[in-house]
Design a protein around this ligand. Sequence first.
Ligand SMILES: Nc1ncnc2c1ncn2[C@@H]1O[C@H](COP(=O)(O)OP(=O)(O)OP(=O)(O)O)[C@@H](O)[C@H]1O
Ligand SMILES: [Mg+2]
Length: 240
Amino acid sequence: MAEPLEVQSLNSYYGSAQALFDVSLQVAPGEAVVLLGRNGAGKSTTLKSIMGLVPRREGRLRFGERDIAAMQAYRIARLGLGYVPEERRVFAALTVEENLLVGQKEQTKSGDGRTNPWSFERLFQLFPNLAELRGRLGGHISGGEQQMLTIARTLMGNPSLLLLDEPSEGLAPIIVQQLGAAIKELKDMGLSLLLSEQNLKFASAIGDRAYVLESGHVRFAGTVDQLLADEEGRRRWLSL
Ligand SMILES: Nc1ncnc2c1ncn2[C@@H]1O[C@H](COP(=O)(O)OP(=O)(O)OP(=O)(O)O)[C@@H](O)[C@H]1O
Ligand SMILES: [Mg+2]
């Protein structure tokens, strides 16, 4: 079973510039939570702060019983947090299959005793596009395929909570649809998800609950249905 993520009064900084102000959010085990907001609202900073990838963060950050507020990124990853950054970074000179093996290597180090359901076969079931591309170089596949590969590589590390930073950004509608189906399947498997998005339609098809950020502040916290019903709020925070 996954563990709950709890973020309370998170303040994050880049040098002397504060990017997040008292951000609080929770992800319960098996829950899909979406983090919405315009460009520069603080979505990526929130995910990076959880992973320990910002220069300075303060506040209460817990994953299950563990205090991760002062923990280093590699240790946080080993607790079962899988992070897929905005700049879907694949190893261009490695094949698709080799890219996946890189993710697996990280996993064997974790030694946390959880069994890993992810084999190549399972991943290729989840992302059928990748199956035919096993031997292709990471640098020679499309942006959508690279996004899928980045998620698949992260899954090889057997996360119980997946943090996805704007996975649908810049992808063609058909690819976005395939990606959405795969992410929903992950949710159905019991993985906890924290998904940052600007695409409300995509996010609302996946998320149970939503948070909306504006200028580093949480402006909305509620169910996805409540957000969809809040026309005024959507216009103000999301320009939708
Ligand atoms: N490396 C950095 N150094 C300095 N300031 C940064 C850095 N990264 C982000 N910021 C600032 O922090 C704030 C939040 O940025 P962040 O990237 O978290 O927003 P975002 O919601 O992810 O935006 P986008 O939708 O464009 O990805 C912005 O004001 C941004 O300029
Ligand atoms: Mg971002």
